[in-house]
Design a protein around this ligand. Structure first.
Ligand SMILES: *[C@@H]1O[C@H](CO)[C@@H](O)[C@H](O)[C@H]1NC(C)=O
Ligand SMILES: *[C@@H]1O[C@H](CO)[C@@H](O)[C@H](O)[C@H]1NC(C)=O
Ligand SMILES: *[C@@H]1O[C@H](CO)[C@@H](O)[C@H](O)[C@H]1NC(C)=O
Ligand SMILES: *[C@@H]1O[C@H](CO)[C@@H](O)[C@H](O)[C@H]1NC(C)=O
Ligand SMILES: [Fe+2]
Length: 643
């Protein structure tokens, strides 16, 4: 049997699922998916919903529509301090004390913001005919018994971490568990000193290397204050420049479905983006976001600095971080002890510790896993802000950002919880021509990244396919030898058991159209997420390893290395027991990838675990540009595709 993927059992499984069904791509995908779910249910009882190894968004477990109110004289909830962020902090710890006469093991404390969570009407009366008590999900919750001896004393104390997210907060004691919530006590509100403060800056490289963008969130609409960034060179460069920012927001009506439109909805505030232009390559710049009020005074954010990107082809040390599927988690242990994305904080913390040792980050989809609970995007931007305020934080679109039936995406699944891409497209900047189409290129010194959007059609003949070919074909490999492709879903190779259950090693039609582009344009590495683990292939051509070498690649470039780096934080996914020939290294753990280009002929690839930041897999590529341009395979001659 040929090396690589043609395993007879899998071929039969693929044939049986009707990938070429006349009802077309989406219908066929649904059949494949349905078959996969049946298979997964049989083979992997732990697997949930439409993707490998996922938990349930903790906020979705609260049966808000069943909530009732039964305030008790004996019950109380008190939160201190009453005023947060007196020194301009955007993150604070509060202590919540609570108790009552009849404690129960499933009592829980909800954190609401805005504090007034009872008034107002629910937006979808047909779904909630009885006009329930709660129309809005809390931003987080914790079981009352998290405090030791709550059951014995009938009182407890929990510390919550709050971030400034534009409104005041209140704390509520519920009994009856998450399934039959009964409100027994509410605290008085507490608030940040300035709830509208500009917060959580995120840098992103602009459409060209001389341009850095900064995006942030505030409570100031353009009618109330002028958003801007003040910036300049740390050394030299004269007086600071003030550059105005654009402002975006969106409304409940722009959400595609539930829960984003109903209980998950929360006012997103205002999202501002400013462009710092004509940067000098490698120069250090400082910047500070702010809002000029009508009286001329300024509300400032914190000051940060960044290093301007290298110019295309520039020969200097360049270090890139790549991972997917990180999610967010609560440092106070709320929302089920941070068990929705168990590796998220470790990955974030390793990257914060290592800030001096890399230059740019690619988070290739499945970012916040808010799944329609809009408040969670603030939590995510706050969690990564220590990174994104200092390094360009480039994102890709994943199923949890984009997918919703009949909303123009490629997959008719509900993984975005009704967000249908609106949040990701607004909360972060990325240098796409059209922000609704999440594909773009980034020239970073000796690298070119072609970032694709696996939630939109990528097949031959589509707009995206044209972009991918354009991106791959227009790079001058003498100057930018390191050519990288990235997308969220696995369009390349993965021996994850979830794909195997569908009889494949990729998304349906994943590489059918793209493989010839990767081969023709000699893509060095193709990165994917979506599958929550790590896997690296040999350099592949037509699913065959082109060399037996495993860690030191040199000479003629005639194969692409495929990497799944989806272990950023979300629940891990398992592999097939049989290891395909092309699979060189698999790690069922949380981690991320670091690429280091020392110069035009030397590249180091490292996979690090998020638990300890140490390297567990690596390889090097050493070669001359002629090794890329020399004639191999169909890069020079037309050939038929091997079978
Ligand atoms: C606390 O409450 C939760 C939810 O009812 C329950 O699963 C857990 O076992 C309780 N823990 C203790 C220590 O009683
Ligand atoms: C790839 O290139 C190497 C070095 O030139 C060569 O030995 C190998 O046969 C090539 N592989 C294929 C599949 O052509
Ligand atoms: C490129 O960098 C590698 C690793 O530092 C070094 O060994 C090599 O000599 C460099 N090559 C050139 C052409 O500078
Ligand atoms: C996070 O890192 C700590 C410290 O290295 C480790 O003990 C823990 O297991 C890690 N958590 C996960 C979910 O990997
Ligand atoms: Fe995903």
């Amino acid at each position: 049997m040929a090396i690589g993927e043609s395993h007879p059992a899998f071929e039969e499984a693929v044939a049986g699922t009707g990938e070429r069904h006349p009802m077309g791509r989406r219908g066929a995908a649904a059949v494949v998916l349905a078959a996969a779910l049946v298979a997964a249910a049989l083979a992997l009882p732990a697997a949930a919903t439409g993707s490998p190894a996922e938990g349930l968004q903790p906020l979705s477990k609260i049966a808000l529509h069943k909530a009732t109110v039964d305030l008790h004289d004996s019950a109380y909830v008190r939160a201190t301090p009453a005023l947060l962020g007196e020194q301009g902090e955007d993150t604070e710890w509060v202590t919540v004390k609570y108790g009552w006469a009849t404690p129960s093991v499933d009592d829980w404390i909800a954190v609401f913001s805005p504090a007034d969570f009872i008034s107002g009407t629910c937006p979808n009366p047909s779904r909630y005919p009885d006009e329930p008590l709660l129309c809005t999900a809390p931003i987080k919750y914790q079981y009352a018994n998290y405090s030791a001896n709550y059951m014995y004393w009938g009182k407890g104390s929990i510390r919550f971490q709050l971030i400034n997210q534009r409104y005041d907060f209140s704390f509520a004691l519920f009994t009856g568990g998450l399934e039959k919530p009964k409100l027994v006590a509410v605290s008085t509100p507490i608030s940040f000193k300035n709830p509208k403060s500009p917060v959580y800056p995120r840098l992103a490289q602009g459409k060209s290397y001389e341009e850095m963008t900064v995006t942030w969130t505030s409570g100031y609409d353009i009618s109330e204050a002028y958003p801007f960034v003040e910036w300049g060179m740390v050394v030299g460069g004269g007086a600071p420049t003030r550059t105005a920012a654009g402002t975006l927001t969106f409304s409940r009506g722009s959400m595609c479905g539930e829960p984003a439109r109903t209980v998950g909805w929360r006012e997103p505030g205002f999202i501002h983006t400013a462009f710092m232009r004509d940067l000098w390559p490698n120069k250090e710049y400082y910047y500070k976001i702010g809002h000029e009020l009508s009286d001329g005074s300024v509300v400032w954010g914190k000051a940060y600095s960044f290093r301007a990107p290298p110019s295309p082809g520039q020969n200097s040390l360049q270090r890139i971080i790549v991972f997917g599927d990180m999610g967010k988690a609560e440092r106070d242990g709320s929302n089920e002890f941070a068990n929705y994305q168990p590796g998220s904080l470790n990955t974030t913390d390793r990257l914060i510790e290592d800030l001096d040792n890399y230059d740019i980050v690619f988070h290739i989809g499945d970012m916040a896993y808010a799944n329609g609970y809009i408040s969670q995007w603030d939590q995510f931007t706050a969690q990564v802000a220590p990174i994104s305020a200092k390094k360009p934080y480039m994102i890709a679109s994943g199923n949890h950002e984009r997918d919703w039936p009949n909303s123009g995406g490629f997959f008719d699944v509900e993984d975005s919880g009704g967000e249908c891409g609106v949040l990701a497209e607004t909360m972060y900047y990325y240098p796409a021509e059209n922000r609704a189409n999440f594909w773009y290129k980034v020239d970073y010194g000796m690298f070119r990244f072609c970032v694709a959007d696996s939630e939109h059609d990528w097949r031959e003949g589509t707009e995206q396919y044209k972009f991918i070919e354009q991106c791959l074909s227009t790079v001058d490999r003498k100057h930018q030898p390191w050519l990288v492709f990235a997308a969220h879903r696995v369009l390349g190779y993965s021996s994850d058991s979830w794909y195997a259950a569908q009889g494949t090693f990729e998304e349906p039609e994943g590489r059918e159209s793209l493989q010839k582009l990767w081969q023709k344009y000699r893509v060095d590495i193709a990165f994917f997420g979506h599958v929550h683990n790590y896997e690296r292939t040999c350099p592949l051509y037509q699913s065959q390893c082109v060399t037996g070498e495993r860690s030191r690649y040199s000479g003629t470039m005639n194969g692409t290395i495929f990497v799944v780096a989806g272990g950023g934080g979300s629940h891990l996914s398992s592999y097939t027991t049989a290891i395909p020939k092309w699979s060189i290294f698999r790690d069922h753990d949380y981690g991320f990838v670091k690429l280091t280009a020392f110069n035009q002929s030397s590249l180091l690839f490292e996979y690090k675990k998020s638990s300890d930041g140490r390297v567990y897999d690596s390889f090097t590529v050493d070669r001359d540009y002629r090794d890329v341009l020399s004639c191999v395979h169909d890069s020079c001659f037309p050939t038929t595709l091997a079978t």
